[in-house]
Design a binder for this molecule. Sequence first.
Ligand code: NAD
Length: 285
Amino acid sequence: MAALIDGRAMARALGERTAQAVATLKADGVDPALAVVLVGHDPASEIYVRRKIGECRKAGIGSIEKRLAADCGEQALLDLIDTLNADPAVHGILVQLPLPAGIDAARVLDRISPAKDVDGFHPVNVGRLSTGSKGLVPCTPLGIMLLLDSVIEDYRGLNIVVIGKSNIVGKPVAMLLLEREATVTVTHIETRNLPDLARAADVIVAAAGAPHLVRGYWVKPGAVVIDVGITRMVDHDGASRIVGDCATHELDHAKAVTPVPGGVGPMTIACLLSNTVTAAQRSMS
Ligand code: NAD
């Protein structure tokens, strides 16, 4: 049987380390705080924001919730970001995506100070990641690396196939893996012979959003499989469930796999909190 990499347990452990770092910061007179900006009332975004604020509270991180109406206009959002950028009591700024139509998300994310960009999406942080210098790293890729670190000691020369080339998962995780001297192949919807490429890999990171794309015969014995995909499916009886990108029930021959749910997902929020603490620590120097 493949070992299951327990993202919930690892996220709890990271949360404990974060809470300790928060206590140290507070003892030094810094109260770490995350500003969460929500524009409009997208139901999924409401859930994500509530969860992020709840997790902040558990770790002792202050949260500042800022809400704007869906029709607030781009300038009002940019003005709010300017205010948060200038506020020394705010260490991290997160603008919940997606933004309503008519607001240019790239312009909004570019406005966030790179030092407070806890999502790691600002071009300065993207550039730092691609040059291997110190910045803020996007949360899901950071979480994926921590999950992989629990089963891989040395990445040098490993063949790693990343499925998906998005700016929030595929590309940044590929950069992090390259920094560890792995040989990384980034694949996408137009990639030819994907099953063959996957079968040659020591590690597969699947971030396509395509339910059960990665089948058993795509995975060589002893490979490590990280399933990032989250797709909500509705069963015949109307019950909804979350499905990943990997047919995990066909992966007994793998060395280790992440479950969905309970793998990458919990690590993403835990890494958001640890990025907020990192930003607060760096604000002191
Ligand atoms: P995206 O839609 O921006 O990118 C998907 C990528 O996968 C694209 O590059 C596309 O070319 C590729 N792709 C799609 N179908 C494919 C196929 N059949 N074969 C090969 N490549 C294919 O998605 P994203 O934002 O990177 O998210 C990917 C998945 O990860 C989604 O299911 C998303 O919900 C999930 N996700 C999970 C977390 C988490 O915390 N667990 C965080 C972010 C994203």
